[in-house]
Design a protein around this ligand. Structure first.
Ligand code: BMA
Length: 339
């Protein structure tokens, strides 16, 4: 038994499949029945991908990126008994402001769903005179109250930490440009109240390693461990045939998460299967959430595949932490506080 501890609520029932006999490279393996969500899952929605789930009332609930048949993405609610088979609501999630008046964006994509204390927060990429970050909260998955837009445009890929650090909410994000952004580093910002954000710090940048040399972005909400915050993120390589999105891993300092303690020099998962290589946008593995259990050390990673499907991959947290540490390369930009 490893001495590394995961600090998270127990999760007795979660999707899991034991490791196949032979795996090469990182100790991460795909669910054999991937993809778990296929095309045309809901009337009017052509594809669901890049989506986030949490345990809820002994079952699972999620916020899903659905690309409608008009090509515009929005976020939809889904429920599942087992975290694998999902039922989606036909209507988009209806967002209201703090007075209960409709406060709908024109589009919404790449949602994350994170529980902090007793509230569930949705964070997504939205329109705010250009792409920026949307933030909403719910406690019952019936009323979704949209809060102040946390960041100025242009920004994408924001993810909240599952607890306050030093009394503040912490959000990773990736400032960007108005297009398909051929650059991008991960930053962190903090807020006492989810309205005012500041103390911005640089967390980590693109690396010389080619798989993540173009841009990187936050992925699943970080998992607290005794070694630091375990972060699954995406790293992008710019090839002559387009971008390739892989899943990377890093460990951030617990009390000062702008400091990267370890950063794996190689990807943990890269497009290899048909549903990752082929789709609306091929060669994309885009992590948005994990389910994890401290007792068994199991982690299930939910990732968007080829902007067309949702895939599941599994690992044991102590093995992945060891792997990241063993293959870690950090540089001054990672290690410093990022002021
Ligand atoms: C990024 C985001 C993701 C998408 C990826 C690949 O810019 O828009 O939603 O998965 O591109 O197309």
């Amino acid at each position: 038994m490893s001495s590394i501890k995961m600090i998270a609520p127990k999760l007795d029932k979660m999707p899991w499949q034991e490791r196949p006999e032979k795996i090469v490279n990182a100790p991460v393996w795909r669910y054999k029945e991937n993809p778990i969500i296929n095309r045309n899952p809901v009337e009017g929605v052509a594809r669901i991908f890049n989506s986030a789930v949490v345990p809820y009332e002994g079952k699972f609930i999620g916020v899903f990126r659905g690309e409608q048949t008009n090509g515009v993405s929005f976020i939809y609610l889904g429920r599942s008994e087992d975290g694998i088979h999902w039922n989606f609501e036909k209507e988009k999630i209806q967002l209201v402001d703090e007075k209960g008046e409709p406060f709908m964006p024109n589009y919404a994509y790449d949602p994350r769903l994170v529980k902090v204390e007793d509230t569930y927060y949705i964070i997504w990429c939205t329109d705010f005179y250009g792409a920026s970050i949307g933030l909403a909260k719910t406690t019952d998955f019936k009323t979704f109250t949209r809060l102040e837009t946390p960041f100025l445009p242009f920004n994408r890929n924001a993810v909240l930490f599952p607890r306050k650090v030093n009394g503040n909410f912490m959000m990773l994000s990736r400032p960007s440009d108005s297009g398909h952004t051929p650059f991008g580093d991960i930053f962190i910002s903090e807020s006492p109240d989810l309205t005012y954000w500041g103390k911005h710090r640089h967390v980590m940048g693109r690396a010389p390693e080619w798989w993540e040399s173009l841009k990187i972005g936050g992925g699943a909400a970080p998992i607290e461990t005794s070694e630091g915050w375990l972060l699954f993120y995406h790293g992008v390589s710019g090839t002559c045939n387009g971008y390739v999105y892989s899943i990377g891993g890093a460990i951030l300092d617990l009390e000062n998460p702008s400091k990267v303690l370890y950063r794996c020099d190689s990807w943990l998962l890269t497009p290899e299967e048909w549903y990752e290589e082929r789709g609306f946008v091929g060669n994309v593995c885009f992590p948005c959430a994990t389910l994890h259990d401290p007792d068994t050390g199991r982690i299930a990673i939910y990732y968007g595949a080829a902007d067309s499907y949702v895939g599941l991959a599994f690992c044991y947290f102590d093995e992945i932490v060891e792997y990241i540490k063993k293959h870690s390369v950090t540089r001054y930009d990672d290690e410093c506080i990022g002021r």
